[in-house]
Design a protein around this ligand. Structure first.
Ligand SMILES: Cc1ncc(COP(=O)(O)O)c(C=O)c1O
Length: 378
């Protein structure tokens, strides 16, 4: 019995909905299922404007484009994130400024942001790591003090909350991922949440998403033809993907109950083992509801994490490390960072291990994982 790290959720409605799209002949973007996903997300997240996109990467690019970076304006973000967070800034002519994370929840250290602010700072991108919420009150206070935009990278945080508010609805923009590896997926997909009543801004997002054209006005019957009106790209997902996503969004409650059950089982095991080889294991989102996206353990030494991966691999169980901090990566070094800049992040990346969580993991599989963990860590 091999146990993968992740298996995308399967809903039997997915085939039915995809068939409906194919037979309807409307397989491009912005049809019935795109609208159903948008409405469901707006209702669930209590969000003003959700616009479906082809990925979180594209939602981030769209958000950064909307804030009009100029002349190497600076954007602060943690080094401990996925490359898309930083690419969005570089693609728009900005400068990436890395900062530290907290040692436990691995979210941006809100107390360290202010010292990175200069007169070129335009925005802060916060990353809700593994479903843990960043300290949004502190972050919004700093942002308001210096008049900065806040973009929430919610790729891993869909349906976790911060003090009863859904992640992605607190900053100026929220960017969601529905990649195959996420709790709910379209294969590839995402959404941008625009937390503003500014209709011009929302309209501009729609233009950018539709190749810089006002196609949306044409489809609403407001203009006779559509034309090139802005610098844009193609961020509008196919109806086929949105049909597949909708079949999953219908079951989000059930998916999250099941994921939290698996997560809590890991917490029980590691609390019980109480090993001095481990410096920290995740316990959930300290600020609110938790989507149980990732369960991670941080080993004291690389020797232990390496042995743990090997041991579980030999038993057919896939466990993974996670992000290579961006300041340590080839691109990070090429934009002027040094390996020694963020010692904790450097410590972390070979010592943090993620365990399997997926909806239809069986009790037998969980027992096998528990047995392997107990044999490996004492
Ligand atoms: C923090 C973070 N941001 C952005 C992304 C990119 O998401 P997508 O694959 O939907 O483009 C990921 C992907 O895992 C991520 O973890």
């Amino acid at each position: 019995m091999n146990i993968p790290f992740n298996k995308p959720y399967f809903s039997s409605n997915s085939i039915k909905y995809i068939e409906q799209v194919i037979y309807s002949g409307k397989t491009g973007g912005d049809g019935k299922f795109t609208n159903k996903c948008k409405k469901l997300l707006e209702r669930t997240l209590i969000a003003k404007n959700v616009i479906m996109t082809t990925s979180c990467t594209h939602a981030l690019e769209l958000a950064i484009q909307l804030i009009n970076l100029q002349d190497m304006d600076e954007v602060i973000m943690p080094s401990y994130t996925f490359p898309s967070t930083a690419n969005s800034v570089l693609l728009n002519g900005g400068k990436v400024v890395f900062t530290e994370i907290n040692k436990d929840d691995l979210c941006i250290n809100a107390n360290k942001i202010e010292e990175k602010i200069t007169n070129k700072t335009k925005a802060i991108v916060v990353v809700h790591y593994g479903g843990n919420a960043c300290d949004m009150d502190k972050i919004m206070n700093v942002a308001n003090k210096y008049n900065l935009y806040v973009i929430e990278d919610v790729a891993q945080g869909f349906l976790s909350t911060y003090k009863e508010r859904q992640l992605g609805t607190i900053g100026h923009f929220g960017c969601l991922s529905f990649h195959e590896t996420k709790n709910v997926s379209a294969g590839e997909g995402g959404a941008i949440i625009i937390n503003s009543n500014n209709e011009e801004l929302v309209k501009r997002a729609k233009y950018i998403r539709q190749k810089g054209t006002n196609r949306i006005d044409f489809e609403l019957g407001n203009v006779d033809y559509y034309q090139w009106v802005d610098v844009g790209s193609s961020y509008c997902p196919s109806e086929i993907l949105m049909a597949y996503l909708y079949s999953q969004l219908e079951n989000i409650e059930d998916i999250h109950i099941q994921r939290r059950k698996i997560f809590n089982n890991y917490v029980r095991i590691f609390r019980d083992i109480n090993s001095d080889k481990i410096t920290f294991y995740s316990k959930g989102n300290k600020f609110g509801d938790f989507n149980a996206h990732i369960f991670y353990i941080i080993f004291k030494d690389q020797i232990y994490s390496k042995a743990f991966i090997e041991r579980l691999k030999n038993k057919g169980i896939a466990v993974y490390t996670h992000l290579i901090p961006l300041h340590l990566s080839e691109m990070g070094l090429s934009i002027g960072y040094n390996k020694s800049d963020f010692p904790y992040e450097q410590f972390l990346y070979k010592r943090l291990i993620r365990l399997p969580i997926y909806y239809d993991i069986t009790d037998e599989e969980l027992d096998k994982i528990e047995e392997a963990i107990r044999e490996t860590i004492h």
